[in-house]
Design a protein around this ligand. Structure first.
Ligand code: GLU
Length: 481
């Protein structure tokens, strides 16, 4: 096998689960490292449970995380994804081939018959296995115009060995684990174990990296590979992601959908880093650039034990990225959160400057957007205590001086703004704090903001002058002290 080709194959039956997207991350990293191909395949053959909404949630989550896929028919863009429901002709072709070669057979057992068999097995305390009643029948036995399913003619005994890159050698006893499972339902739809094999082969997948909840399916799939005379890919079954209490990660442990983390203000880069580290390590390094993730990742280093989801760790990773990522890349994420506050912002130098100022303090992008609000909106009320303490008659001359000075500036750079403040300090013989605090309250309604020069500069001249006028009028309207 030459070029590395991997796939992520979600079933669109709900939001994209944080544990499931970890599989996507690992596949994507491997593809990018090997300069191979990353295929996104939507496994939507279960028509009752698959929804368009879920498809969109998957695509949106993948795009947000930057997990771009490389190929497929032109559907949601030039590179796919693939949808299994658009591939029924291909599956049908291989079902027919299996039937023609006697590797599969028609089963006319009715739902009632199968229910009876199932009940009988339960009474005997056994797990249900289809009794192969149609295995050796032929056209003469087939009832006319009756629906039938197609079953795989599985071997009756022997072993199937999965050589897994993570789990090692896993041996399955055929008689115990495998019956003549259905590969095409009586409504004509193919089943998961069949479609996955046909897809992985026809898409030339070289490495199947997926959750170990599928390990039990792998022997069935290996038998199908053999029956169809297909080359077998490498398999790597990743341990599941668990909550702190070591049970399967679920809503009880917090949000499980990828997009919920976006809503909470996490950077995609932080989530990628966190998901990678859940079951993979490189010494004790905690923070990786995307380029490092791609360079250092290896399937062999995926741990055998389950990744434990720790929300505090994720919050910490996120804060590290907010502090250290280039402000330009954080600025690209911020408009999404500003929009929720009714602010339409464009990613420009000013927004980058705002991010630079706020990234020292904000733990999430939600917090950052709240901090950025004051640069865009002037509908604030003065906080009572700040108003009482700083917007006093004695502050009037200082605020008026600043207003005039800022209004008359030729250029409005941080240094120019600073010059006006320095002139005010000199003129009134005041320390910076005494000049800056009334100004902060005038501009933001409160006493906290980033550095005052940067705040004035980033707010822009006209909004600053308007807010100063408002504060001056507000002070003038106060009764004499
Ligand atoms: N569609 C399957 C799932 O969502 C994944 C199948 C596979 O990776 O083989 O669990």
């Amino acid at each position: 096998m030459s070029e590395t080709r991997v796939r992520f194959a979600p079933s669109p039956t709900g939001h994209l689960h944080i544990g499931s997207v970890r599989t996507a991350v690992y596949n994507w990293l491997l593809a990018r490292q090997k300069k191979g191909t990353f295929v996104l395949r939507i496994e939507d053959t279960d028509r009752e449970r698959s929804t368009e909404e879920s498809v969109q949630a998957i695509l949106e989550s993948m795009r947000w995380l930057g997990l771009d896929w490389d190929e497929g028919p032109e559907v949601e863009g030039p590179n796919g994804p693939y949808f299994q429901t658009q591939r029924f002709d291909i599956y049908r072709e291989y079902i027919d081939k299996m039937l023609a070669e006697g590797k599969a057979y028609r089963c006319y057992a009715t739902a009632e018959e199968l229910t009876t068999l199932r009940e009988q097995a339960r009474e005997r305390g056994e797990t249900f296995k289809y009794d192969r009643r149609w295995r050796d029948k032929g056209p003469d036995d087939w009832p006319e115009d009756k629906p039938y399913s197609v079953r795989f003619k599985a071997p009756l005994d022997g072993e199937v060995v999965v050589e897994d890159l993570i789990k090692g050698r896993v041996v399955f006893d055929v008689a115990q684990h495998i019956d003549d499972f259905i590969i095409m339902r009586s409504d004509g739809t193919p089943t998961y174990n069949f479609t996955v094999v046909v897809d992985d082969v026809t898409m030339n997948i070289t490495d199947v990296i997926r959750g170990d909840d599928h390990l039990n399916n792998t022997p069935k799939q290996l038998l199908l590979y053999e029956a169809l005379d297909f080359p077998v890919p490498r398999f790597a079954h990743m341990p599941l992601t668990l909550g702190q209490d070591k049970t399967r990660l679920s809503k009880r442990h917090g949000a499980t959908s990828v997009m919920a983390y976006r809503e909470m203000g996490y950077l995609p880069h932080a989530l990628l880093n966190f998901l990678l580290r859940l079951g993979w390590s490189h010494g004790d390094q905690e923070i990786f650039s995307v380029e490092e993730m791609i360079r250092l990742f290896s399937v062999e280093k995926i741990g055998i034990s389950a990744g434990i989801f720790n929300a505090e760790k994720l919050a910490w990773v996120n804060q590290q990225y907010i502090m250290n990522d280039p402000p330009e890349s954080i600025a690209k994420e911020l408009p999404y959160y500003l929009d929720k506050l009714g602010i339409q912002a464009t990613v420009d130098e000013r927004l980058v400057g705002i991010v630079k100022e706020l990234s020292k303090r904000a733990k999430t992008l939600v917090e950052m957007a709240e901090g950025a609000r004051m640069f865009f909106k002037d509908d604030f009320e003065y906080v009572e205590k700040a108003d009482r303490k700083f917007l006093k008659k004695e502050s009037l001359p200082v605020l008026e001086f600043l207003r005039d000075g800022l209004r008359e500036l030729d250029a409005f750079s941080v240094a120019d703004v600073q010059g006006v403040f320095e002139a005010a300090m000199e003129r009134f013989e005041l320390k910076l704090g005494k000049v800056a605090q009334p100004m902060r309250v005038a501009l933001t309604g409160n006493t906290v903001s980033p550095g005052i020069y940067e705040t004035v500069y980033l707010m822009g001249r006209e909004p600053v002058l308007a807010r100063l006028e408002r504060a001056i009028a507000h002070i003038n309207a106060k009764p004499a002290e």
